[in-house]
Design a protein around this ligand. Sequence first.
Ligand SMILES: Nc1ncnc2c1ncn2[C@@H]1O[C@H](COP(=O)(O)OP(=O)(O)OP(=O)(O)O)[C@@H](O)[C@H]1O
Length: 355
Amino acid sequence: MRIEGVELDFGSYPALRDVSLDIAGGELVALLGPSGSGKTTLLRVIAGLNSPHRGAVFFDALNATSLSVQERRVGFVFQNYALFKHMSVADNVAFGLKARPRASRPPKREIAARVAELLELVQLEGLGQRYPAQLSGGQRQRVALARALAIEPRVLLLDEPFGALDARVRKDLRRWLREIHKRTGLTTVFVTHDQDEAMELADRVVVLNQGRIEQAGSPAALYDRPASAFVLSFVGEAVALPVTVKQGHVSLGGRELHVDAHNLRDGQARVFFRPADIAIAGAGPSALEGRVEALRRTPSGVRATISIDGSDQRLEIDQALENAAEVGAIVPLSLSNARVFAHGQAEYEDAGEGI
Ligand SMILES: Nc1ncnc2c1ncn2[C@@H]1O[C@H](COP(=O)(O)OP(=O)(O)OP(=O)(O)O)[C@@H](O)[C@H]1O
């Protein structure tokens, strides 16, 4: 599947801006981003529920941009995708097949066999004669998935399918969805704002921000090589400290940090790192210093609150019990895997900024 230069405005509000994405056959892709970033809109464009103002959607060589939902043969499941209340589970699952025009409708026997097969796949065998009201939330979503699969869709689209369920059921369903994906081999795109869900499930994660793709990559690539300050701060906790860049040299409060900044212009920037990537250093040269402001015992050691010299940031760093520094001590700090991004680049607002 290929999405090419898709733009979509709601009135004057651009919900999708120049979105292009290739999805390989059989891939399991997550659309991840904060509320309002355009995830659902992009999914609806793929389904044919929204028409883009510019750009195109291809299924292999087929330009599907002007095809209807039915013609596209997509299966979708939404967060609260209401099942037909007055229909049994089996009839719900069979719906897409029974609704086909006579010429392409499978015979009754075949439909019944397919329904039984699907109920087994979603582990609801024997529950075909129940009604939706007699099922749990998780079971209902599994029926919705079986219904989406019944039409043998080209792609499966899931919009926060487990969003309304409690944490434990969600976890079980995630594992189960991965299993179903393995068994069916269907190209699957799912929307989530939960980064753990995206990282745990997907082969590839597409990070959206304000209608644009910030980065599309494997979970490892997003963690290890974030393309922007936004991605870094959205997929995991990050600390940001203001720095100055001059001729490729980065300094924090007058001390030089050994961080790559060759592609940055002179001026203000920010250095980002994960909380686990700063430590109290042993002997030897160190770029950063901090002052121990407070100490607190933890089950396995001591957690020190450190104010970083040259910034007004405070961080918590865990230390081993036997070599914990004292309150008031000035300690050298070592920093690894730090990345510098230009000031003013969008950053995820809720990101951790120290303590
Ligand atoms: N039918 C509509 N009319 C007007 N604006 C809309 C419509 N649907 C979505 N929008 C706007 O488009 C933007 C993208 O919405 P979308 O639902 O795609 O975001 P999302 O990333 O799925 O968010 P969430 O996680 O909250 O569901 C939002 O600012 C939203 O307010």
